[in-house]
Design a protein around this ligand. Structure first.
Ligand SMILES: Cc1cc2nc3c(=O)[nH]c(=O)nc-3n(C[C@H](O)[C@H](O)[C@H](O)COP(=O)(O)OP(=O)(O)OC[C@H]3O[C@@H](n4cnc5c(N)ncnc54)[C@H](O)[C@@H]3O)c2cc1C
Length: 407
């Protein structure tokens, strides 16, 4: 068995330099890399084994202010765009880390920034930027509805100065590590008319600190163990009473508010996927150069080299679309097609790199101390959630190419 540390130290710098030759925001990347260097493979590997939350990493990222990238400077954040935010997440994944621990703070920021009231923004944003509060959880998906979000059945009924939430969410990640939670619930029945079937859903910003102190039984959290380290849960809302001013945006328009954030989420996720893909590429190249079988470096065998080269080309091309989508988002141009296509292409390119890396490592790809199997499990998620690649193809077929809608 090759000594993994020797493999990496002898070949990594050269490969990193090559892969970085044309990338955006070099100084920001350097800053993220310096922080991530304090969290080596062993840190993530041990947490993966115990399925524990990377608290120390999230605290360091918060203290560095990088996690407040999207919060405007007037609220104490860095006031950066999605282009920079996506680079931060990309570098975390590229370092061997897993930005799933904290990416929701960026994914959900758009809902609060665009649809939050001035009071909500004043109350929460400075404290999120200062690292005193975490907004890491959003609760949307339900078993009955799946990808068809407009069919969710969790309700929020108005009762005087309150809303009362009842229902079940099959997925709500990081709720136990978060102080604030965004929930999507139905405030009026779904209509049959196609044009208005997304009406009647509303978005709420729930202060979990108050719920934990005053209504500890109103949110029942059941951790779900998944194939990788992801602090996700099933959640049941039992007469959860929240103040009426927890409403985010306009009552009945919550689905549209969520849609607004989906482009940002897809772009950020695309960046994370490319980060993983570059990590796989670097590891595969390093290993292929060092490992000798039948008297030659396995990197000389085209059966090994070509899949790595192919995946790398796919990654570079996909990342260009991610850069374009982020630029469009930041300059307030339409970016739905680009964000969706970037998510699709980056997730498939990352998966190609994952397979090439695993194959390159042969049997050692399955050994946890090489970390390939861990990243392999992590990167598989990008094709499935938060939106499945089938739904992206359906979006492009219908909304970009004008083909009939299939559902
Ligand atoms: C680890 C993890 C963490 C998550 N965390 C959260 C969270 O914090 N908050 C949250 O709200 N959700 C979360 N989710 C849920 C995630 O967003 C959903 O898994 C995703 O939206 C897909 O829904 P589903 O799993 O019900 O799949 P389904 O909708 O049941 O889809 C199953 C299959 O059918 C296909 N399919 C469905 N409809 C169509 C169609 N029209 N055309 C073609 N194919 C179709 C899909 O592509 C897929 O292959 C999480 C999921 C995972 C795995």
């Amino acid at each position: 068995m090759l000594d993994q540390d020797t493999v990496l130290t002898s070949t990594m710098p050269e490969i990193v330099a090559t892969a970085s030759a044309t990338v955006d925001f070099p100084e920001l990347r350097e800053r993220v890399r310096a922080l991530c260097a304090e969290f080596p493979d062993s840190y993530w590997r041990e947490l993966d084994l115990t399925r524990d939350y990377p608290t120390r990493f999230v605290e360091a990222l918060t203290a560095s202010t990088l996690l407040s990238a999207l919060i405007p400077t007037q609220y104490g954040g860095l006031g950066l765009g999605l282009s920079e935010a996506s680079v931060i997440l990309q570098e975390i994944n590229r370092s061997g880390g897993h930005s799933a621990a904290c990416h929701a703070q960026m994914y959900t920021m758009g809902a609060l920034l665009r649809h939050g009231s001035n009071e909500q923004k004043q109350k929460y944003l400075p404290r999120i930027a200062a690292g005193e509060l975490r907004l890491q959880a959003f609760s949307i998906t339900e078993k009955e509805a799946g990808s068809d979000t407009t069919s969710i059945v969790t309700t929020a009924e108005r009762d005087g100065d309150n809303y009362v939430i009842n229902g079940h969410k099959s997925w709500t990640s990081r709720i136990e590590q978060s102080d604030l939670l965004i929930v999507l619930a139905r405030t009026s029945a779904k209509t049959a008319a196609k044009a208005s079937r997304s009406d009647g859903l509303s978005l709420f910003l729930v202060d979990l600190r108050h719920v934990r102190a005053e209504q500890p039984d109103a949110i029942v959290v059941e951790p779900v163990r998944t194939m990788f380290n992801y602090a996700t849960n099933q959640v049941t809302y039992r007469n959860l009473r929240i103040p009426a001013d927890a409403l985010l945006g306009t009552e009945g328009q919550g689905f549209r508010h969520v849609l607004d954030g989906w482009n940002a989420e897809r772009i950020l996720l695309a960046a994370e996927a490319v980060g993983d893909g570059l990590w796989f590429t670097e590891r595969a190249v390093a290993y292929a150069q060092q490992r000798s079988v039948f008297g030659s470096s396995i990197g000389a065998y085209q059966g090994v080299a070509f899949p790595i080269a192919e995946a790398y080309m796919q990654l570079r091309a996909a990342d260009l679309l991610r850069i374009d989508a982020a630029r469009r988002f930041d300059t307030e141009q339409s970016c739905g097609p680009e964000a969706n296509m970037a998510k699709y292409l980056c997730s498939t390119a990352s998966w190609a790199a994952a397979n090439a890396c695993l194959d390159t490592h042969g049997g050692y790809g399955f050994v946890d101390e090489y970390d390939v199997e861990r990243k392999f499990r992590e990167t598989r998620m990008f094709s499935v959630a938060p939106v499945n690649n089938n739904l992206i193809k359906a979006f492009v077929a219908t909304n970009v190419l004008g083909l009939p809608k299939s559902y």
